[in-house]
Design a protein around this ligand. Structure first.
Ligand code: P6P
Length: 320
């Protein structure tokens, strides 16, 4: 059976839609970069690029060679698309201002390689992208990249695992694609993804229980008593499983990370957008992720993603 390709899906969905003009070339650039990174990951140990690049990133974390290569690849391809005005990357301290012609309609915030510390043990990793429309007739400045997640027009994430998948979300639509290993790019294998009604799993870094306050412990105990634990330690892998099978992900604030560990602009916002478009919810524990007005490019936030009922119940206990 011939499966729709990503290019066919994008062209048929947005080709004649002025509101999404140029968005197709952004998604195609992401898909092209994902295909290149999947190949690099498969050969990482052989190519001897597993080691750290040396030095630390803006967050003080050891940078893996592949973190830098992934960031460079997506910045290059998104820039070449001709549709991207500015790019924010976890691996770059300041935003990258690309262009401000009328065609440069989109702003992309990304985690180019999430979970990279798992690469040397062959655990799934991925890339995460939030896409905002550039305010028309405004100059491109660093502030262009600091808008609430509710203003996203699209979000994309990839998982490089037992297969390479790409999930693209726009308003009311979450579509899943799988990279055809025999060539031919990404094919539509998971149309119209929605969270299952039944929540089966919870994904929480239980090892930090000692660093949690009492409400967090109470909420985590409810999850432990209600669902089965599945925690990979790779955000995109945990989220993707929970999206397809029914599960809630939660990385709470703790005494070591009082603002949480995960980043608002290019982890919480894009996956929060996907979660909401799939019928779920995304919360910091005190408010919807997508309502947060960002102050800094790399700011952190506690992150809860999952079926709306499970998120609401967890938030309720957390705020009792
Ligand atoms: P911990 C990976 O380093 C990451 O940024 C996310 O992909 C993942 O959800 C989280 O950190 C895991 O953090 O503290 O459990 O290792």
């Amino acid at each position: 059976m011939k499966m729709t390709t990503l290019t066919e899906h994008v062209d048929s969905s947005w080709a004649n839609d002025p509101a999404h003009e140029g968005l197709g070339s952004v998604v195609k650039a992401i898909a092209d970069g994902a295909r290149q990174i999947q190949a690099k990951l498969q050969a990482a140990a052989i190519a001897d690029v597993l080691s750290a690049a040396g030095g630390v990133n803006v967050h003080g974390e050891a940078v893996q060679i592949l973190d830098e290569q992934s960031s460079d690849t997506f910045i290059r391809l998104l820039g070449e698309s001709g549709s991207v005005a500015a790019i924010g990357s976890e691996e770059v301290a300041e935003g990258v201002l690309v262009g401000d012609s009328p065609d440069h309609r989109w702003v992309v915030l990304m985690d180019p390689l999430d979970g990279s510390s798992n690469i040397d043990v062959a655990v799934s990793v991925g890339s995460i992208f939030g896409v905002w429309k550039r305010p028309p007739n405004e100059p491109v400045t660093p502030e262009t990249m600091l808008r609430p997640g509710s203003e996203q027009v699209a979000a994309v994430y990839t998982v490089y695992g037992s297969s390479a998948v790409l999930v693209a979300a726009t308003a009311g639509s979450v579509q899943g694609f799988t990279l055809d290993p025999s060539g031919g790019g990404f094919r539509l294998t998971h149309p119209d993804i929605r969270f299952p009604e039944k929540c089966q799993y919870y994904s929480v870094p239980d090892g930090y229980y000692k660093n949690w306050d009492a409400p967090t412990r109470a909420a985590a105990e409810m999850l432990r008593d209600t669902y089965s634990l599945r925690y990979v330690g790779s955000l995109v892998a945990d989220f993707h499983r929970n999206l397809l099978k029914g599960g809630i992900f939660w990385y709470p604030a703790d005494t070591k990370n009082p603002d949480g560990k995960l980043r608002l602009m290019y982890e919480a916002n894009p996956l929060g957008f996907v979660a909401e478009q799939a019928g779920g919810a995304a919360s910091s524990g005190s408010r919807p992720i997508l309502d947060i007005r960002p102050e800094k490019l790399h700011q952190r936030v506690p992150l809860m993603l999952g079926p709306a009922g499970a998120v609401e119940r967890t938030v309720s206990i957390l705020n009792t």
